[in-house]
Design a protein around this ligand. Structure first.
Ligand SMILES: *[C@@H]1O[C@H](CO)[C@@H](O)[C@H](O)[C@H]1NC(C)=O
Length: 338
């Protein structure tokens, strides 16, 4: 009964309202709560959001302070750089994965441990179907039907979740993420889909006298050619960046959506642990430990940027500037300073 009422209501609203006013829904928060309050399964205990802001448990802990500082910094950068608050559309919410069991929203960013986070989200939402994240094959974690995203919900359902769920995102030093994306998508023979879709175009536009074979296969894109493609105004004019090199700022909208936890790839294990602790899942599911975390990729990014022309280094930095500022990454020392 109740569900059908919600559906009808959602349908009516959907036909009139095309944009979502976050914190400014057509329904009053109280009305939304009344309609949607029954979706919260874990009612009897504190929600993760309450756990986070309930100072008793975490007061004075350094972890809590670190995260508070990250949120404050992000807030102040947002205030400084965004003049007008724009409204969200369902399209903006495609990267937010929903866990209704724990009251959790995760904005996934490719090249920042997102396969493992998707696996963990599948365990969390799977109602006992999986126990160990690593038993889920990587490709299965990326099948859209296996996880729900916030864009699939109605406006009141979206607003309810944005207001009441714990929202988190994981970020990484922007150029390290970029180098990781380049290496993964353009230097591995098996990624033919990316070679065909992007490689051929990049070579056609940004290589002088390309061979016919390179034009056809697009499988030997050089790092510099990839950068030319990124800073070329035509690229973003034609279509949005692919998610693997799109900025976190554009994927997750951190100046509009207030993230409660900003995790970092550089401190992945601790930050993942913190999220699982907040949702009370620490004995139930463990975040897969990665052997990679011990290797610093900083030197690698430096190597890749070594021969890049200063002009392009600057333009590239400007392109990724908001991600550097919002998440407190300093200008890489290997960039030529002028
Ligand atoms: C920003 O990063 C620097 C080190 O790079 C650190 O000392 C500082 O505490 C960080 N600030 C915030 C707000 O996290």
């Amino acid at each position: 009964m109740r569900k059908s009422k919600v559906m009808v209501l959602a349908g009516c609203l959907g036909s009139f309202i095309l944009v979502i006013f976050y914190f400014q829904s057509s329904l009053s928060p109280a009305a939304e709560e009344r309609i949607l309050g029954n979706i919260w399964h874990g009612k009897s205990r504190r929600t993760p959001l309450q756990a986070l802001y309930d100072s008793e448990q975490f007061e004075q802990s350094t972890v809590q302070m670190t995260h508070q500082r990250r949120r404050d910094l992000l807030d102040s950068v947002c205030k400084m750089y965004t003049r007008k608050r724009r409204v969200l559309t369902p399209d903006d919410l495609k990267h937010l994965i929903v866990d209704d069991t724990h009251g959790l929203l995760y904005c996934y960013v490719p090249k920042v441990a997102c396969t493992n986070w998707k696996r963990v989200m599948m365990v969390l939402t799977g109602q006992g179907k999986y126990r160990d994240p690593l038993q889920i094959p990587a490709h299965e974690a990326h099948i859209p039907a296996n996880l729900r995203t916030l864009s699939e919900f109605s406006t009141p359902e979206i607003n309810y979740r944005l207001r009441n769920y714990l929202k988190f995102v994981f970020v990484r030093e922007p150029f390290e993420r970029l180098v990781s994306a380049y290496r993964n998508k353009f230097t591995r023979q098996y990624n033919t889909a990316f070679h065909k879709r992007y490689g051929t175009k990049i070579i056609k536009r940004h290589r002088r006298n390309p061979t016919l074979k390179a034009l056809e296969n697009g499988d030997d894109v050089k790092f510099e050619e990839f950068l030319y493609y990124l800073v070329d105004p035509r690229t973003q004019h034609e279509e949005p960046f692919n998610e693997h090199w799109e900025r976190v700022h554009s994927l997750c909208h951190p100046c509009i959506i207030h993230y409660d936890v900003i995790g970092k790839y550089e401190t992945l294990a601790e930050d993942a642990n913190y999220v699982l602790q907040l949702i009370g899942a620490k004995g139930t599911v463990e975040f897969p430990s990665s052997s990679k975390t011990t290797i610093t990729t900083d030197d690698m990014a430096a190597k890749f940027f070594e021969n890049v022309n200063v002009f392009y280094q600057k333009r590239l930095f400007n392109l990724y500037k908001m991600d550097f500022l919002l998440f407190n990454y300093s200008v890489p020392s290997y960039l030529h300073k002028h």
